[in-house]
Design a protein. Structure first.
Length: 218
């Protein structure tokens, strides 16, 4: 029994050291992938978690490492497009800003060489206002068709907020919930992250929802 306990303690220490060493491989200039939903921090300190609302980046998102300190890294979460500092932004170049926060290294993995390296972030919470519209009302027909003509509805795959424009700006203030189904207007748009938003009809209003949390169905 003593040998078993000793072996388990050694294994636990090895795994802990391996995880610590792995986290240290994240460097400034790397692209990283969220291995779990990641909470944002305003500073690299545990009691500085962003709140009201909490900013949570969804598992599977990829971001760019700008700085690191201790067990935290500062990540650029969106492409640079803002022309002014809104308070939670990182200056990508002179006069050009993008959204960024500190995150725990333990929630991240370095992006492999064969993986497409780009900033591609979706938010589980606190994403409102963190993208702008690039294009809207693109007809989903002809050469640009994304879906079959028989698919005339959009179904929520999780809670998804509705917006007046295809972006995280101009929120309608209400959300669809998982399995809710609404009319698909057969148009779509795209935001500054390159994410598609489906055009929907909800209670007589023409709105948009993120394709990250919805899909087009019959």
């Amino acid at each position: 029994m003593k040998k078993l306990v000793a072996a388990l303690l050694v294994l636990t220490m090895v795994l802990a050291l391996t995880g610590s060493a792995f986290a240290e491989t994240i460097c400034v200039g790397d692209y990283v992938k969220f291995t779990k939903n990641g909470y944002a921090y305003s500073e690299p300190k545990s009691y500085k978690k962003v709140s009201d609302p909490e900013v949570i980046v969804r598992k599977g998102s990829t971001a760019y490492v700008v700085a690191k300190k201790g067990d935290y890294v500062f990540l650029q979460l969106t492409p640079g497009y803002l022309t002014e500092d809104l308070g939670n932004t990182y200056e990508v170049a002179t006069g050009l800003y993008a959204w960024g926060y500190w995150f725990k290294k333990g929630d991240l993995d370095t992006v492999k060489k064969d993986y497409h390296k780009t900033i591609a972030v979706t938010f589980s919470n606190g994403g409102n206002g963190k993208s702008k519209t690039v294009a809207k009302n693109i007809p989903d027909a002809g050469l640009t068709q994304l879906t079959d003509y028989c698919k005339k509805h959009v179904k929520a795959t999780a809670k998804v907020w509705m917006h007046y424009s295809p972006s995280l700006s101009a929120s309608y203030g209400r959300a669809l919930h998982k399995d809710d189904k609404v009319t698909y207007r057969r148009v779509y748009g795209m935001d500054t992250r390159g994410l598609i938003f489906w055009g929907i009809k909800y209670k007589g209003k023409c709105l948009y929802v993120s394709s990250a949390y919805s899909k087009v169905v019959k």
